[in-house]
Design a protein around this ligand. Structure first.
Ligand code: ADP
Length: 304
């Protein structure tokens, strides 16, 4: 069991953007989802943990390894799948992985060959090992990215915003690989895709504007919204009226109409000063719904 401990981490870029503000997180072996919209500060944090850039203040430890200072040691036990993963289109999967293994110091040819073949197997790429990377689909590229990130058998794997549009089968494969890894090491999945976190992660945090808004197990995050989320299917032009009266969490198209989720804090609306019973969702055609992580995400991040 490993623990990554981030304490009071701050980073302001030279243009004045404060990308991380007093970030505190404790991340243990398993799959951790770092969720937040674009610009939240996720990549800044991930790139710092991956020793690719420096922070201004605070500390990051992986067990007793000082991540901000002992970068060389961190690199030995870190796997990183960056947002943009450049592949050499004219290499085959086997060639490039073998080349990267050489760069990582795997000098013994036989050991290297075995490691490369086993990683290609593990990421379901064995059948494609002699194909040019230029012809790989988005999902295959992502799995290759995982294979290269696992070359040094990392204790910590960071997957920063896997953006490639994956078809359902590829997504399932990619998720399976990640969740298998999460049984033994720390896997941090940084993403703006709520469903990826709800499908995969046993622990999570939501970030926005450089700050961590909540860190907990997904079920605990949902507990805070228990019995407070309501939905109604409305006509498109009714949305403004709903927004005037309720805190709208999300609205999405639903069979040609709009399905709106609102947050209603029981105690606040029974208070006579806040409009009384006439505004209670149940008096206005809303149905209570079990909160999901999308509701929680919009609850914390705001703005639909
Ligand atoms: P996320 O990964 O959540 O999208 P980022 O960490 O990439 O967030 O960005 C956080 C904020 O920092 C954004 O406002 C972004 O524009 C800014 N930012 C990121 N990288 C740089 C940089 N190299 N120089 C200046 N500002 C940056």
């Amino acid at each position: 069991m490993s623990t990554l401990t981030i304490k009071d981490f701050n980073k302001t870029y030279s243009n004045g953007v404060q990308a991380c503000k007093n970030v505190n997180l404790t991340i243990q072996t398993g799959m951790f989802g770092l969720l937040g919209p674009n610009g939240a500060g996720k990549s800044t944090l991930m790139r710092t943990i991956a020793t690719l850039q420096d922070g201004d203040s605070g500390s990051i430890f992986l067990d007793d390894l000082n991540v901000l200072q002992e970068k060389h040691e961190v690199r030995k036990i870190l796997g990183f799948l960056p947002q943009e993963f450049d592949l050499y289109p004219k290499s085959t999967a086997y060639e490039l992985l073998n080349h990267l293994a050489v760069l990582k110091g795997m000098n013994d040819a036989k050991t290297r060959k075995n490691a490369v073949l086993s990683l290609l197997e593990r990421t379901n790429l064995s059948n494609h090992k002699n194909k040019y990377l230029g012809g790989f689909s988005g999902g295959m590229k992502q799995r290759f990215g995982i294979a290269q990130a696992l070359l040094n058998n990392p204790k910590l794997l960071i997957v920063d915003e896997p953006t490639a549009g994956l078809d359902p089968e590829e997504r399932f494969r990619f998720h399976n690989i990640l969740s298998e890894l999460g049984e033994n090491i720390i896997v941090i999945l940084s993403t703006h895709i709520v469903d990826d976190v709800s499908d995969l992660c046993n622990s999570m945090a939501i970030m926005n504007h450089g700050e961590v808004l909540i860190e907990n197990h997904p079920e605990k995050v949902l507990e805070q919204l228990k019995d407070k989320v309501w939905y109604k299917v409305i006509e498109k032009n009714e949305i403004d009226a709903v927004k005037n009266n309720y805190r709208v969490l999300s609205s999405r198209m639903y069979m040609g109409k709009t399905k709106v989720h609102v947050f209603d804090d029981d105690s606040a609306t029974t208070d006579s000063s806040s409009g009384g019973d006439s505004l209670r969702p149940q008096s206005n055609g809303f149905t209570q719904v079990e909160a999901d992580l999308n509701d929680a995400y919009f609850y914390y991040v705001g703005d639909v």
